[in-house]
Design a protein around this ligand. Structure first.
Ligand code: NDP
Length: 434
């Protein structure tokens, strides 16, 4: 705490991992002897930089950019960029720290990193977003590379932004280095299923979790928070698996649509028009209700899929979900449930999939994109989706096996932390004092 003052989200993420891995460190004295915990909690490198840009009226703005290169024991730093006004070092470090173990858990050769800026894309024209991305990459380009550090998207950074960022990287370096960034459009080195991967992967993980309990999504009532990249493709896959998603949200409120969210309409409003959810309700007519403000977790459901942002499910929200009959929670977002909420879910016996495991499909498919870029290949949608599904089934099995091994069967939080930690810690030991 003294070493990283004021970084509340980073402290929260570290505490959760350390609580789970205490028995692993007890069983393996070599971890303590080589001070693995202290080393793993300290980023290898943190870059903070000025991002000046000009808006459409010629006014100059100055934002702060970040890239935290946390751990490269398993491969090049890998993790997204977030553009949101709440971004500061504590958020980037929490996300980067989580990313180390998530990437370890995938079994793929990728290290952990994260970045972003306190830039608010809301209400900005496409030209303003482009100028911001170009300025951001003008500094970032010297720190990244296909063998060094490979960014991707996150909140506020979708395919449009990735295109602008990659374009500026290519222009500055004069290198068509496709593997330097993932989440690219299909026309310029992107991979099938990358757009859908986090949401689809999360649905696959929860499907496995339900299967382990002898049940499925079929006929289940589901609530998803958010209506961005992760939320939309979570909804799509759950609908394909037979569930009914009755509510979703954005930062201005939520909609309840008892007949099930109309996904084509939602995509049109969010991805094409970049409008708010009240427009969804207005167009959908009598079937849907828009409620301004927060509170999506007051909508009764059997499965909850938080897919917006950190700490969006409080202890009180979790109690309301349990009362309404919720049996499973899958974290599409990173750390959306507060520690109190996680306690409530555990005590109530709710199957709980932590983000590190449940949303790892995004970064795993990014690693597949890097693989295709390196071999100048491109796989079909069906093949890529099969690979994603296999990876999620594998992560689910590894979480369960690690939880069994440490005497906490069915505890996915412990299982994910233990398995992710072991992979990274063993690589660090093998590489000497790094
Ligand atoms: P998007 O920007 O596409 O969507 C974010 C959604 O969450 C929007 O609906 C947004 O509403 C809402 N939201 C964001 N911040 C807040 C807030 N403070 N309060 C209420 N609502 C909010 O981002 P993604 O879908 O890519 O990311 C969502 C989550 O998933 C994040 O936690 C991210 O770290 C995690 N994640 C994403 C991956 C990916 O591949 N994209 C991979 C793994 C995890 P509004 O538009 O109104 O702001």
């Amino acid at each position: 705490l003294r070493r990283n003052p004021g970084e509340a989200e980073f402290h929260q993420a570290v505490r959760e991992v350390l609580e789970s891995i205490a028995p692993v460190v007890d069983r393996h004295p070599e971890y303590a002897e080589s001070r693995i915990i202290e080393r793993i909690c300290e980023p290898e490198r943190q870059i903070i930089f000025r991002v000046p840009w000009e808006d459409d009226r010629g006014r100059v703005h100055v934002n702060r950019g970040f890239r935290v290169e946390f751990n490269s024991a398993l491969g090049p730093y890998k993790g997204g960029l977030r553009f949101h006004p709440s971004v500061y070092l504590g958020i980037v470090k929490f996300l980067g720290f989580e990313q180390i173990f998530k990437n370890g858990l995938t079994g793929l050769p990728i290290g952990g990193g994260k970045g972003g800026a306190d830039f608010d894309p809301k209400g900005r024209s496409a030209r303003e977003v482009m100028r911001f991305c170009q300025s951001f990459m003008t500094e970032l380009h010297r720190h990244i590379g296909e063998h060094t550090d490979v960014p991707a998207g996150d909140i506020g950074v979708g395919q449009r932004e990735i295109g602008y960022l990659f374009g500026q990287y290519k222009r500055i370096t004069n290198r068509y280095e496709s593997g330097v960034i993932t989440g690219k459009g299909l026309a310029y080195g992107g991979a099938q299923v990358r757009t859908e991967a986090t949401g689809y992967g999360c649905a696959f993980f929860v499907e496995e979790m339900l299967r382990a309990r002898g049940t499925s999504f079929d006929g289940r009532r589901v609530v998803v928070s958010g209506s961005g990249n992760v939320a939309v493709y979570t909804i799509e896959k759950i609908q394909q698996l037979g569930g009914t998603v009755v509510a979703c949200s954005d930062s201005s409120g939520y909609v309840v649509d008892e007949k099930g969210i109309d996904l084509d309409l939602l995509k049109e409003i969010k991805q094409v028009e970049r409008a708010r959810l009240d427009v969804y309700a207005a167009r959908r007519g009598a079937d849907a209700v828009h409620v301004p403000g927060g509170g999506v977790w007051s909508v009764p459901c059997e499965v909850a899929m938080p897919s917006a942002t950190q700490n969006e499910i409080t202890g009180a929200d979790a109690e309301a979900l349990v009362r309404s009959g919720c049996v499973a929670v899958g974290e599409g977002a990173n750390m959306p449930a507060t520690p109190e909420a996680v306690r409530v879910f555990r005590q109530a016996g709710v199957a709980f999939a932590p983000g590190k495991a449940a949303n790892a499909g995004g970064v795993a498919t990014s690693a597949l994109e890097m693989q295709q870029n390196a071999s100048r290949d491109s796989w079909t949608f069906a093949h890529s989706e099969d690979r994603l599904r296999e990876i999620m089934i594998g992560i689910h099995a590894r979480c369960l096996a690690a939880a069994d091994e440490y005497g906490v069967p069915g505890d996915y939080v412990a299982g994910a932390n233990i398995e992710g930690f072991r992979r990274v810690a063993d690589a660090m030991l093998a590489l000497g004092l790094i």
